[in-house]
Every structure is written in C-alpha cells, then in structure tokens.
Ligand binder design. Structure first.
Ligand code: FES
Length: 99
C-alpha cells in the first residue's frame, strides 16, 4: 500500500508525499536534515525512526514510503506519547535525586 497523503509527522502534519519530494529535491547528507521539511520530527519524536527509514530508502534509490496503516501508526504514536508522559521527563528538576 502506498498512500502519498499518509501523515508521517503527525505533530506537524507532514505527509509522506512532502517527505518524498523533499528528499528528491534536496541532496540531504543526514536524515535529521528532514527536520527542515516543515519541522518533521521535531515534536514528540515518534516519527524520527520512520523519517530515517524513508531517508535510507531514498539513499537506496527506492521510493520512500511509510508502508504502514495510518490508524495503526497513529495508535502507536499515542502509546508512545502516553509512555513518555508516564515516565516523565528524564531531566525533571523536581525529581528527587539520591546519591
Ligand atoms: S509525529 Fe513527528 S515529531 Fe511527533
């Protein structure tokens, strides 16, 4: 399944098509440069491994694709964000430190 309008970065509403075009038009050296494409990956961080995968696909001369059910993708992101919330920020200032 290849859905061009599938959202890769849900935080910034960046669809697969935009990422693929950006990769095609720009000669990126590292995957993190995709953040310059509408801020992709700079929100919750959930989509970062997927952006990296799309970058690698492009490097291999393949069509970058998410290849994931949009609902599953959104649901997994929700879980990821929940888990992050429950764990709390790692550098929380009010977190009691011992030792
Ligand atoms: S989904 Fe891309 S940063 Fe949150």
């Amino acid at each position: 399944m290849h859905d061009d309008e599938a959202m890769v970065c849900l935080c910034f509403q960046v669809p697969q098509r935009k990422i693929a075009n950006y990769l095609r038009r720009n000669d990126l050296k590292v995957a993190s440069q995709l953040s310059e494409c509408l801020g992709a990956g700079t929100g919750c961080g959930w989509c970062v491994p997927y952006l990296r995968k799309m970058f690698e696909q492009h490097q291999q001369g393949r069509l970058p694709a998410l290849d994931m059910n949009a609902q599953e993708y959104a649901a997994s992101r929700r879980q990821y964000r929940e888990a992050k919330k429950n764990n709390g920020p790692t550098d929380s200032p009010d977190h009691e430190r011992t030792g």
